[in-house]
Design a protein around this ligand. Structure first.
Ligand code: GTP
Ligand code: MG
Length: 217
């Protein structure tokens, strides 16, 4: 990276940190498509398997402990939850229900799936999707399916490894490599993945800056 690029990145991170530590408000919870807010600003969606750490990552990015409810029980987030960032609002973060949760009733799972898919495929203001992958396991079949669906819908996404703090460095390195290789197989995925820990704050400043860029701010 040249000095100029490094300076640009530092400036973007500074702006991102300022924005994320300013106004962040819960807007609404949409259990069905008809409750979606007016598509007036860019949106960044968080998707991934149940329990992967979507709500926790959203909390970490915004520096709030519990603006998005993090769950003890997988399958806690059951609606599309919208959060507004900036004053006036510059963009929104959307916390989504997790996929691949086997214990929920089939009908409920089907309902979430349809909601998530329809939102991801048809939302005009969707600026970027973050596909979270558990740093303890790397990509699973359900993650690949989600990525494939996004590829087909031409929805650009970033692959984000979560819970990096739970792994030994040597194990994490293998997971990073496998996840990177997976991302590079998908046309709509950014080739470079993000490695994060909501718990320890790892990778958070970089992801804030990336989200700012994605939102076109
Ligand atoms: N050690 C560690 N634990 C984490 C991290 N992120 C999330 N967790 C834990 O993982 C569990 C699930 O986190 P959530 O943020 O609720 O996951 P989610 O993807 O929103 O889950 P659903 O809404 O049920 O789909 C919680 O017990 C979190 O405390 C992390 O970076 N490190
Ligand atoms: Mg959640």
């Amino acid at each position: 990276m040249s000095d100029e690029q490094a300076a640009e990145r530092a400036e973007l991170e500074r702006r991102a940190n300022k924005l994320f530590s300013g106004r962040v408000d819960f807007l609404l919870s949409a259990p069905q498509l008809k409750f979606l807010p007016e598509p007036t600003v860019p949106e960044i969606a968080f998707c991934g398997r149940s329990n992967v750490g979507k709500s926790s990552l959203l909390n970490a990015l915004t520096g709030r402990k519990a603006i998005a409810r993090a769950s003890v029980t997988p399958g806690r987030t059951q609606e599309l939850n919208f959060f507004e960032v900036g004053d006036p609002t510059v963009f929104r973060l959307v916390d989504m229900p997790g996929y691949g949760f086997a214990k929920a009733p089939v009908k409920v799972v089907e309902k979430w799936k349809a909601l998530v898919r329809t939102y991801l495929r048809g939302r005009p203001v969707l600026a970027r999707t973050l596909v979270l992958v558990d740093g303890r396991h790397g990509p699973k079949d359900v993650d690949r399916e989600m990525m494939k669906m996004l590829d087909e819908a031409a929805v650009g996404y970033r692959v984000v490894l979560t819970k990096a703090d739970k792994m030994k460095a040597s194990e994490l390195a293998k997971i990073i490599e496998a996840t990177q290789a997976e991302a590079r197989k998908h046309v709509a995925a950014y080739p470079d993945i993000h490695v994060t820990s909501a718990e320890k704050g790892m990778g958070i400043a970089e992801l804030r800056a990336a989200v700012l860029g994605d939102a076109g701010v």
